[in-house]
Ligand binder design. Sequence first.
Ligand SMILES: [Zn+2]
Length: 279
Amino acid sequence: MALRQKSGSVVCRRCGLLVGVNDERCFHCGCRNPGLWGYAPIFRRLGQDLGFVPLVTGGCILLYLACLMADPGGIRMGNLFSLFSPSLRSLFLFGASGSVPVFSFGRWWTLLSAGWLHGGLLHILFNLLWVRQLAPATAELYGAGRMVIIYTVSSISGFLASSLAGFLLGPIPILGGASFTIGASAAIFGLLGSLVYSGRRGSSAVGRQALNYALVLFVFGFMMAGIDNWAHAGGFLGGYLTGKWMDPMRPERINHLIAALICVLLSGASIILSVLKGY
Ligand SMILES: [Zn+2]
């Protein structure tokens, strides 16, 4: 099968009915660019999110297992939320972020890697369930490429907020940031932020629902120890502003998909760099 189809009909990427490959809009469901520049047949096999959810799921599980195996003697069994928790040493090695790695060790790229690491069985389960729930919904409104960009940018902004707060305010309760921080929740709050923004541009039911989720999760974060509220707030703000910047009312362009691919490659590179520099 040719990589790109240049003429004839394809099935619309959203509704699955036949459209011309070069049509600007699907005349059945109204979605823009239904043929995805002729790449729809390839993309369709990957699903609405272009395979990003399986990538995050597989990547996070593999890295979680790698963190456990790198230092099996250091596995902790604290409270329920940190059951089967990798040691701080192996989390540092694989790219945990926070004021200590970023400011004391100059590991700035951990702003990107930390979102792929988790500190316990429930932590990873909880986050992956939220990614499965929110990433396809965000891809539906923004397109898969822009969803990946939102996910990546908000993860960075969340860990930047947390590391800066940890550096400037220290580990004081409630106001302080984190000396070490990990997890996909900054990106999850970013997806929620972008969904809230899309609510202001028409998808108001989705926006309200996302705002409710964000508020409940944010309040929940204050009631539990060890939750990085700065990462949540920074991620939400990053997702909201990235959503605004990319405007869900404008169609996704192929540049967005290229940028998304770069986001994924840089994320992988940040983890490899963490491990190489950590030894
Ligand atoms: Zn359609």
